[in-house]
Design a protein around this ligand. Structure first.
Ligand SMILES: [Zn+2]
Length: 245
């Protein structure tokens, strides 16, 4: 039961009156109807959008139960428009997935009530990745360049790399790929496009000898996984050029 977001403006900002109708005030556990005061702050109710206690999300806690691919976590570097525009931001927990399907709760993620988005600052994100090793989620890089392949930044944020310095095993790389597909964050087509593109653009460059071998290994892994799929899905993906030479 998610709240409806009607007619968002082009920049994604939802008009306050539609997003937070005043009647939501009465649903707040701290709201005292007869005095119109807040029992927590003991002063006048400031309304849901300016209040740090009440949030409609409390009624529909998307992050408090099971993983859902709708739970996008936006990773931002340096500044965030919500901070500059003084949007009402509250602290929320988010669920992510680690190695061996381990459920990981990240506390103190930022949730903007105005934009209805969850955010994590890049430096914190990196230190969490260091702590847990593998961290899988529907991560989206804020302000990422539009020219990059769709899957590239998602794979990268989820820790996928063939870089020698990180020395990720085939098992680790393929665990990340499989989780992203199973959790419907990326599709088989996304992954194949990504691997195919990097293999084809680097296969004649000796500096990428090991990288190409790893990408090819992962491509074969994905193709092997696809053999377990129903035929109609394979048909959809078949249109890709696999650059077999
Ligand atoms: Zn915001």
């Amino acid at each position: 039961m998610n709240k409806k977001i009607e007619n968002p403006t082009p920049n994604g900002i939802v008009p306050r009156s539609k997003f937070f109708p005043d009647k939501d005030k009465t649903d707040c556990p701290y709201y005292i109807a007869n005095t119109r005061k807040c029992s927590h702050t003991n002063s006048s109710c400031v309304g849901p959008i300016h209040c740090s206690m009440f949030c409609p999300d409390d009624k529909y806690p998307r992050f408090n139960s099971e993983w859902s691919k709708e739970t996008t976590l936006y990773i931002y570097k340096n500044s965030l428009i919500c901070h500059n525009e003084k949007h009402p931001i509250v602290s929320r927990s988010v669920w992510l997935v680690g190695r061996d399907d381990l459920k990981i709760t990240i506390t103190n993620a930022e949730y903007c009530k105005y934009c209805d988005k969850f955010y994590l600052e890049y430096e914190r994100f990196i230190s969490l990745k260091k702590e847990f090793g593998i961290l899988i989620g529907n991560f989206v890089e804020m302000y990422a360049t539009a020219t990059s392949l769709k899957a590239e930044s998602t794979l990268h944020l989820n820790g996928y790399t063939v870089d020698q310095r990180y020395n990720l095993s085939a098992e680790d790389r393929q665990y990340i790929i499989k989780k992203l597909i199973d959790m419907e964050i990326l599709t088989y087509k996304d992954i194949l496009e990504y691997l195919n593109f990097f293999i084809n653009t680097h296969k004649n460059d000796d500096r990428f000898l090991f990288a190409v071998a790893k990408w090819t290994e992962d491509l074969n892994f994905v193709l092997l996984q696809m053999l377990k799929l129903p035929p109609h899905i394979i048909k959809e993906i078949k249109s890709l050029d696999f650059g077999s030479s």
